[in-house]
Design a protein around this ligand. Structure first.
Ligand code: PBG
Length: 332
């Protein structure tokens, strides 16, 4: 083939129809998983005033929301519990917010058709905002205070079993403790939940892009930061080790987060492993697009769609995203 003939790549951009015909990457609505913050109270269904995209609901509102999500084409939802009063006991409480939410959804005609993901982490429950159990004394080679890895995985396993019993389909540990996938898998199996899926936040960075979420969940660490367990965003090889560990420990799917700042890792993970990949387009990623659009700098619909296409092109099967609502409503 001559270079001249093959170099007319613009032939493939000749018309709208040709552009559509040869589009390589789609973003079907079934791939988009919205995030719902479950809160106390009755009659709460509101968008948080934090750049948009973050919705919180009380349990009684879930049937109506499930109907809306199903009408939009959603197959799954990701639930986070945000109790008004903090306390670690809420994380494992069988009558806690997320357990009640899961039961309400499973009992509903539309909700029962949704696959329920639920976050498994302690940060929106612990008064100090850490993702695990804080230990004040020395340990882990640190002199003054640390998040105790194995004490944390024990609580997270109890939380996962409690959620599975309430009807959660896919438990999703986002804490980044070592060994938690095998500990949680074993606890689920021992309790008879062999068919509860495990979505592991395999590579989760200590990222500045979680800002709006932490305001929504009131979960910013009260002392220290998360760099002792979440990953250094500079580290690609270490991310590969995190991912491999979770594959070997029995994860059913791998989650990478944030999405846009880790497209390379999504691609590497896609090339190396055959497990499904979930990308989490986090709150700050949404806020960036929304606020820039509000300021008149970019077009919301086009920019939002471009982010989703890029994440899919990198190799993600599913995208957990605050954009789902905008897609259902035809805004993007
Ligand atoms: C809990 C958790 C966080 C997010 C998801 N799970 C916050 C954090 O790690 O600080 C952030 C999601 C978002 O920003 O949308 N560990």
């Amino acid at each position: 083939m001559s270079i001249a003939a093959s170099s007319r790549l613009r032939r493939l951009r000749k018309s709208e129809s040709i552009l559509r015909l040869f589009t390589e990457t789609d973003v079907p609505v079934r791939c988009l998983v919205p995030v719902w913050f479950i809160v106390d109270g009755v009659g709460v269904a509101e968008e948080l005033p934090l750049g948009g995209g973050m919705w919180r609901y009380s349990v009684d509102q879930l049937p109506a929301q499930a109907a809306r999500a199903r009408a939009g084409g959603a197959e799954g939802v990701m639930l986070f519990g945000v109790p008004e009063v903090k306390g670690m006991q809420h994380a494992t409480d069988p009558n806690g917010l997320v357990a009640n939410a899961a039961r309400a959804l499973k009992a509903d005609i539309h909700g029962s058709k949704l696959t329920i993901f639920a976050d498994v982490c302690l940060c929106s429950y612990t008064p100090d905002g850490h993702c695990g159990v804080w230990h004040d004394g020395p340990g882990h080679g640190i002199a003054h205070g640390h998040v105790d890895n194995d004490a944390s995985t024990a609580v997270l396993a109890r939380m996962a079993v409690m959620l599975a019993a309430a009807g959660v389909d896919i438990v999703s540990p986002s804490d980044m403790m070592d060994g938690r996938i095998s500990v949680i898998r074993k606890a689920l199996d021992d309790a008879g939940f062999e068919y509860t899926l495990l979505c592991s936040y395999a590579a989760k960075m200590a990222s500045a892009f979680y800002g709006p979420f932490r305001l929504a969940a009131d979960s910013a660490p009260q002392h220290g930061d998360r760099r002792g367990y979440q990953m250094n965003p500079a580290n690609r090889r270490e991310a590969a080790r995190e991912i491999e560990a979770d594959v070997l420990e029995g994860a059913d799917m791998l989650l990478i987060k944030p999405a846009l700042t880790n497209l390379d890792l999504i691609r590497e993970c896609r090339d190396r492993w055959d497990l499904p990949i979930v990308a989490y387009q986090v709150s700050g990623e949404y806020a960036m697009v929304r606020e820039a659009a509000n300021a008149g700098r970019i077009d919301f619909a086009r920019a939002a769609r471009e982010t989703l296409v890029s994440i899919r092109r990198a190799g993600a099967d599913l995208v957990i995203t605050y954009l789902a609502d905008d897609v259902w409503a035809g805004r993007i």
